[in-house]
Write a protein that binds this ligand. Structure first.
Ligand code: NI
Length: 174
């Protein structure tokens, strides 16, 4: 089942998600829906708050469904190590049509629980590292425009307000 992706302006995006304490069938089904929603939206990552579930959970697949091993679910993730810095363009399914460059660590080590509640650790670089860091921000209530300078952030804000007025951004602005 496809879920509704909330856009910037919805307070759920700026609230830190709760830790997940119980991985049951309902959650596993919800995670399946998150993957379906992410693939349909042509995204490479989707965090639970983006589909209005305020929990520490995200899914990702930098191969866009082409490689099974890239289909990753991270529950209660922790970034345990970061190395280097790299600037690259980034987008977000909660900010459709908005892209800009963000500086982030280049190589990271992540530890999380999988669907069976087992802890796993992996290293990521390139797009995968960027994706983990972006989604990990979401579950901590942080969105990528927070990396912009105040001036650039205001410009993005103006663009979004225009789109809300035009009926092209289905959320309220507070
Ligand atoms: Ni995002």
């Amino acid at each position: 089942m496809k879920l509704h992706i909330v856009k910037y302006g919805d307070p759920v995006l700026q609230r830190a998600g709760d830790e997940i304490t119980n991985i049951d069938g309902e959650l596993v089904g919800f995670i399946d829906n998150m993957f379906e929603t992410m693939y349909e939206a042509h995204g490479v990552g989707l965090a639970a708050p983006q589909v209005a579930l305020s929990k520490k959970l995200f899914v990702m697949d930098v191969s866009s469904g082409k490689e099974k091993k890239e289909r990753i679910t991270c529950i209660n993730p922790q970034i345990v190590e970061t190395k280097g810095k790299v600037i690259s363009e980034e987008g977000c399914l909660s900010f459709p049509g908005i892209y800009f460059e963000v500086e982030r660590p280049e190589v990271i080590t992540v530890s999380a629980l999988d669907l069976h509640g087992r802890e796993f650790t992996f290293e990521a670089s390139g797009l995968a590292a960027r994706c983990v860091l972006h989604e990990n921000d979401h579950i901590n209530g942080k969105v990528f425009i927070e990396y912009l300078s105040p001036l650039k952030r205001e410009l993005v804000g103006k663009k979004i307000r225009k789109r809300i007025k035009a009926g092209d951004w289905d959320t309220e602005w507070d």
